[in-house]
Design a protein around this ligand. Structure first.
Ligand SMILES: [Zn+2]
Length: 342
């Protein structure tokens, strides 16, 4: 075995000399590739020497293995040097073509609805509103009863509801937070409540079974419709441009009295009438009104002491108007071709 080990060492030395000498005479990439395959390729001479290691006993194998590894790294280092020399001499320039356009890195971003919501919240925060959020799984008593929807009232039918059981449901509006907030603190109150709501809707281009609302509530002494209109006008002008005006149309909501639908002048035609506004010149953007005395009473506030206004709007709807999006379903489909436009 000692003799055999000596023979292997001899072969290692010979191989080093022969391979390195040959490498010096390599003149082009083709010859370099041939050299690589012969000496350090998977079935090359170096591999054959490693295979022959198995014929040695465990006392000799580690030392011989180390010597073979030294040879291996010597050959690879020299190969690399010749490789880079050839690359530099070939006249073809560097392998990297710096004139190619870079590959854009994939960058995530906020969903368009959240981007618009952030803008909306910023406007109300500057007016002194603070932000509150509440549970999506809500008690029936908060979602309807305390908001002056009596049992079996037809207004409940407008909000087809996902029931968990007789008392618990997926909230159909962010308005239950009006009651939660008023029960938790004395007046005054100035809050906006963003959040997801659920309705058992027939889904189409303008209806989804889940969507986002932004609710607003302002309660203090002597709050009037004028405060409501000033607040809504300011909001619309900040979000849609200073030329917008708003109008109130009488409407019905159980939790406000009087109640209004709020329209703004069409941003596409400046009120002359066009396809965007259905030739009306006006676009409906939210519901609003003065807080109903029954809601104050259910919340522990004295309607003789305080008054207030509330409003609510669909965040997707505002986003659609703001960005010319024509189908609410796009908000939920997570199609990056749509989302990456914003
Ligand atoms: Zn228009």
């Amino acid at each position: 075995m000692v003799e055999q080990a000596g023979a292997l060492r001899q072969r290692i030395a010979t191989m080093r000399d022969t391979a390195l000498a040959q490498l010096q005479s390599v003149a082009d990439r083709e010859a370099l590739e041939a050299w690589r395959v012969r000496w350090v390729g998977r079935k090359g001479e170096l591999s054959a020497l490693f295979v022959s290691l198995s014929g040695f006993d465990s006392a000799q194998r580690p030392q011989l293995g180390r010597e073979l590894n030294t040879l291996k790294s010597t050959l690879h280092e020299e190969l690399q040097q010749v490789e880079s020399r050839l690359r530099g001499d070939s006249g073809a320039g560097p392998k990297v073509d710096a004139s190619l356009p870079g590959r854009p890195r994939w960058v995530g971003g906020h969903h368009i609805a959240l981007q618009v919501l952030d803008e909306m919240l910023a406007i109300f925060e500057r007016l002194g509103f603070s932000i509150a959020t509440g549970p999506e799984v809500e008690l029936e008593s908060y979602n309807f009863e305390a908001l002056n929807f009596p049992p079996n009232h037809p207004a409940r039918d407008l909000q087809d509801t996902f029931w968990i059981d007789d008392r618990v449901l997926l909230r159909t509006q962010t308005s239950p937070m009006q009651v939660r907030i008023m029960r938790s603190q004395p007046p005054p109150v100035r809050i906006v409540v963003p959040g997801r709501v659920y309705r058992n809707e027939q889904i189409d281009a303008s209806h989804a079974a889940e969507f986002f609302q932004l609710e607003g509530l302002y309660v203090d002494r002597n709050v009037s419709m004028i405060d409501l209109k000033a607040t809504v006008s300011h909001f619309v002008q900040r979000l849609f441009g200073s030329g917008r005006s708003v109008r109130f149309k009488p409407h019905f909501f159980p939790f406000t009295e009087p109640s209004v639908d709020v329209d703004m002048t069409c941003f596409a035609c400046q009120g002359r009438g066009c396809r965007v506004c259905g030739n009306e010149g006006w676009i409906e953007i939210m519901g609003a009104g003065m807080v109903h005395p029954n809601v104050f009473e259910a919340s522990g506030y004295d309607p003789e002491e305080v008054t207030g206004f509330a409003f609510g709007m669909g965040i997707e709807r505002i986003s659609m108007l703001r960005h010319g999006i024509n189908d609410i379903r796009l908000f939920l489909e997570n199609d990056v071709r749509f989302l990456s436009q914003f």
